[in-house]
Design a protein around this ligand. Structure first.
Ligand SMILES: Cc1cc2nc3c(=O)[nH]c(=O)nc-3n(C[C@H](O)[C@H](O)[C@H](O)COP(=O)(O)O)c2cc1C
Length: 229
């Protein structure tokens, strides 16, 4: 039953479904969207229409946030010199990560593609404004990290909204956060959260993460990660 239709006084429909629920066909499509969201690292060079980007950002901006603080700050980086500086930061951070990887995993790690900083047509940095007074710090006094969690909620919404159009997104975290903040010339209180590579994927989205296909890690059984007390 669609929103607002067929509601009984109890808020349930005659079929027992809650009146506020979306249609079963929508739920199946949503589940498929979640199943097929992938971290994408291989992009075609053609541009992403501005309208798609704007729609996805508009939806991301509807994400939940602690105290309604809306701490996400999106910085679209088009400037080639800044993009090159971020790619250089990745090279340094990735070399350090490779060196820190267990010796038996190093050859496999070196083969992984972990970014598309030179290919993705859209590159976006996401920061969390740790000093925002929006929401007047409600909910964030004992757990200030909840502002960063809120920013991540927005990023995930962005990921799904882009994927709904077939646009891929890859999250790059193998970077030097202070260097990225310097490159982006952001205010001192903005904490770097993510670098996002966005564009049309070179291959169709699959149900299996690329790191699993590369033999790096498998999805764990959900039952191992849940417990009841
Ligand atoms: C916080 C975060 C940071 C990530 N950083 C990177 C990264 O630096 N490089 C990369 O290739 N993938 C990165 N990823 C993507 C993960 O590798 C990916 O989500 C995981 O392998 C599961 O694949 P899937 O997203 O396709 O389901 C990151 C994901 C998250 C949530």
């Amino acid at each position: 039953m669609r929103y607002g239709r067929g509601m009984s006084s109890s808020g349930s429909t005659s079929s027992g479904q809650h009146a506020d629920a979306f249609a079963a066909s929508f739920r199946e499509q949503f589940a498929e969207l979640v199943r097929l969201r992938r971290d994408v690292r291989h992009f075609r060079p053609d541009p992403v229409p501005e309208a798609i980007l704007q729609e996805a950002l508009t939806l991301a901006h509807l994400a939940p946030s602690v105290g309604f603080s809306q701490p996400w700050r999106f910085v679209l980086v088009e400037d080639a010199a800044r993009r090159a500086a971020v790619a250089a930061s990745f090279e340094r951070a990735n070399a350090a990560a490779l060196a820190a990887t267990a010796e038996e995993d190093r050859a496999l790690y070196a083969r992984l593609k972990l970014q598309a900083l030179r290919e993705a047509p859209v590159q976006m940095a996401v920061f969390c404004d740790e000093e925002t007074n929006t929401g007047r710090k409600l909910g964030a006094r004992t757990m200030p990290e909840t502002r960063a969690y809120s920013t991540v909620c927005a990023i995930h919404t962005l990921w799904l909204a882009l994927r709904a159009h077939g646009v891929g997104m890859g999250w790059v975290s193998i970077l030097e956060p202070e260097e990225v903040a310097r490159i982006c010339e952001v205010p001192a209180g903005w904490r770097f959260i993510a670098w996002l590579c966005i564009g049309w994927p070179r291959e169709a989205h699959t149900y299996t993460p690329e790191l699993e296909r590369a033999g790096w890690e498998k999805r764990r059984p959900l039952a191992e990660l849940c417990r009841k007390l």
